[in-house]
Design a protein around this ligand. Structure first.
Ligand SMILES: NC(=O)c1ccc[n+]([C@@H]2O[C@H](COP(=O)([O-])OP(=O)(O)OC[C@H]3O[C@@H](n4cnc5c(N)ncnc54)[C@H](O)[C@@H]3O)[C@@H](O)[C@H]2O)c1
Ligand SMILES: [Zn+2]
Length: 366
């Protein structure tokens, strides 16, 4: 079992990854769970159908009683209605300020559970037990949120988990699309931190698929990048923005197609290619590199051609709504070089021009 510690100004917690990780309920997390008057598992329906037994058995073995609340699978759980029904569940089951929640699912379940934990009786602790590869990103760092009809993640808070427990054999049932989605965030962590690591991923013709032996080490590397950034800038006043690499256009693409149609990571992969193209003008990325990245992403199964018929205007509308907009310009994370990100305000007209270049580039390359 591997582990690292996330340290913020207000708290610190462990991130553990390995086959026997739920054994920690009987050891490292025993006191935390025993001291809680109630333990609630909020479980993604799909993750629960395959794997909930593993979590339940580990808790039973540690002699910890619990209640289970099954959530709609995936992004559908992040609604205001569902948020309030989670609170009703906790109230009806007599959870108190001394209770604790466990999030068992992907990033969606983790975001919702975290926000319920942040708000139930003004805040109770929670543990992240992620079941998707993408959650190597979302489960660490304490951002929690639900969606509004007007936009994604529009209501939420910062609430750090008390621990994060990854059991990698849960990832074996993930659909390929979800593996692609999670691995986009992994390569993002490489791109913003480490040129050699990025190069090794780009040279891997099997990307985004890793063997069961290789995957934990790669994920831990990604988690370390996120943990280091969160330690420096918990509330996103500075460097934490670098984690948004690829997300300004990525979120717009995801919203344009309707959440879930093109997955989060697939959209971010498109957004990263666009950010590389912009970095040709504002940073130090070469045209050859951007083209190579577009071909790499396409070869790895990311739907780069999905945007060929998409006009800029509707994407701009979504980008304007994004939290990253300041005073009429759009803010992008760009690169001086691999491992050296910076933020740049770019005018909407320039974004549009770059977008047309981007569409032509994709047509030429894939
Ligand atoms: N808080 C953060 O810092 C942060 C960062 C990145 C993303 N996010 C959020 O994370 C969410 C995306 O997370 P995600 O990609 O994990 O998506 P997800 O939680 O929607 O899960 C993806 C799909 O996989 C299914 N699933 C989950 N575990 C499974 C398993 N083990 N086997 C088979 N199927 C399984 C789910 O039911 C769902 O259909 C978005 O809502 C995004 O906003 C948050
Ligand atoms: Zn993301």
């Amino acid at each position: 079992m591997e582990q690292l510690t996330v340290k913020t100004k207000s708290t610190s917690y462990g991130v553990h990854i390995g086959e026997k990780v739920y054994d920690l309920f009987a050891t490292e997390y025993k006191d935390l769970l025993d001291n809680a008057d109630k333990v609630g598992i909020f479980a993604d329906a799909a993750a629960a159908s395959y794997h909930l037994g593993k979590l339940e058995q580990a808790l039973k073995k540690a002699a910890i009683p619990f209640e289970v609340h099954v959530l709609p699978a995936g992004e559908d759980c992040k609604t205001a209605d569902n948020f309030f029904s989670c609170h009703s569940f906790l109230l009806q089951k007599n959870f108190t300020r001394q209770s604790i929640l466990l999030a068992f699912g992907g990033g969606a379940c983790g975001d919702l559970t975290g926000f319920v934990a942040a708000t139930y009786m003004r805040g109770i602790p929670f543990l992240q037990c992620p079941t998707t590869i993408l959650a190597h990103d979302s489960a660490v760092g304490g951002k929690t949120a639900i969606n509004m009809p007007e936009g994604k993640n529009m209501v939420g808070s910062f609430h750090q988990p008390a621990g994060v427990l990854f059991q990698p054999d849960l990832f074996t049932t993930l659909p390929k699309r979800e593996v692609r989605s999670g691995m986009a965030e992994l390569i993002k962590h490489a791109i913003i931190s480490d040129a050699d690591w990025t190069e090794s991923l780009l040279l891997n013709s099997d990307f985004p698929y890793f063997s069961a032996e290789e995957l934990p080490a790669e994920l831990l590397r990604g988690i370390r990048v996120k943990a280091d950034i969160v330690a420096q800038d918990e509330f996103e006043h500075g460097n934490r923005k670098f984690l948004n690499f690829g997300h300004t256009l990525g979120h717009a693409v995801e919203a344009y197609f309707g959440f879930g149609k093109v997955s989060h990571g697939e959209s971010v992969m498109i957004g990263m290619a666009y950010a590389f193209l912009m970095s040709e003008a504002y940073g130090g990325i070469t045209k050859e590199f951007t083209n190579r990245f577009i071909r790499f992403a396409n070869h790895a199964g990311y739907p780069m051609r999905a945007i060929l018929d998409v006009e800029f205007k509707p994407l701009l509308e979504f980008m304007r709504k994004d939290k990253k907009v300041s005073s009429g310009d759009l803010v992008f994370v760009l690169l001086h070089s691999l491992g050296n990100p910076f933020t740049e305000k770019v005018s909407e007209i320039q974004c549009e021009q770059s977008y047309h270049d981007f569409v032509s580039r994709i047509k030429e390359e894939v």
